[in-house]
Write a protein that binds this ligand. Sequence first.
Ligand SMILES: [Fe+2]
Ligand SMILES: [Fe+2]
Length: 269
Amino acid sequence: MSAKHESGRFVIAQFSDLHCGDPRYDERLLHLVIDRVNDLSPDLVVVPGDLTVSGYRDEYEIAKAQLDRLACNEVVVIPGNHDSRNVGYIHFIELFGDRWTARDLHFATSAPELGCEHVRVVSVDSSKPDLNDGELGRHRYEWLTDQLEDVPGFKIVAIHHHLVGIPGTGRERNIVLDAGDVLEILDRYKVDLVLAGHRHVPYAWQVNDTLIVTSGTACTWRTRGDTPPSYNIVTILPDEIEVETFGFDGEGSRRVRRFPRRHRCGEPL
Ligand SMILES: [Fe+2]
Ligand SMILES: [Fe+2]
């Protein structure tokens, strides 16, 4: 695992698809993920959706109790399609807050070479009540572009559904219905990093200069083929973004991929 947060790097823990309440939910794994994340002391934690299996209050309360164990001061949680079943988005708002958010993080301790003193994190809700499909919708584009324009630093967008197909997940379904238009916005506004979930298989695609990182299911055995439950540690380095995926198979696997960064934070867009 990466070293604890240190100057010169910005560390993000990403885990999703907890599906609390599901018969295949494994609380032992969620404990382990949160313990490891706390031990790592990341700068940011992103949980991109599917906290529950059916959006019920008791499922939400399990997720809330677990996520409250996170020690990180900056935790971004968004709903997934399962969380919007049975009008579950009401519980989401009560327990986790707004479904669409934008926040600015400032890290005075970052090394100058990282150039990442300013990070904007925008979270969007791609779920629709009682549907598995993902969509942002044209009526939301103006809000999204408002959050992304004139931002000098590193830009992160969190979304539950996938914008590009994920290998090893079988027949394509539920991809963001307006993925083409959303991708064009992300590219036009020079978003550096997208963090997603939903398909239960971890992967990373670089589309033009935007890196899209998908997390697997962190703590369920709703897995596909041989892909185990897993979580990601995404580290922003001066010239690269490193994506580490830790899998719960056997002794525990670790896969590392590195991608070039779009641009140095702070440079003019
Ligand atoms: Fe899921
Ligand atoms: Fe999902």
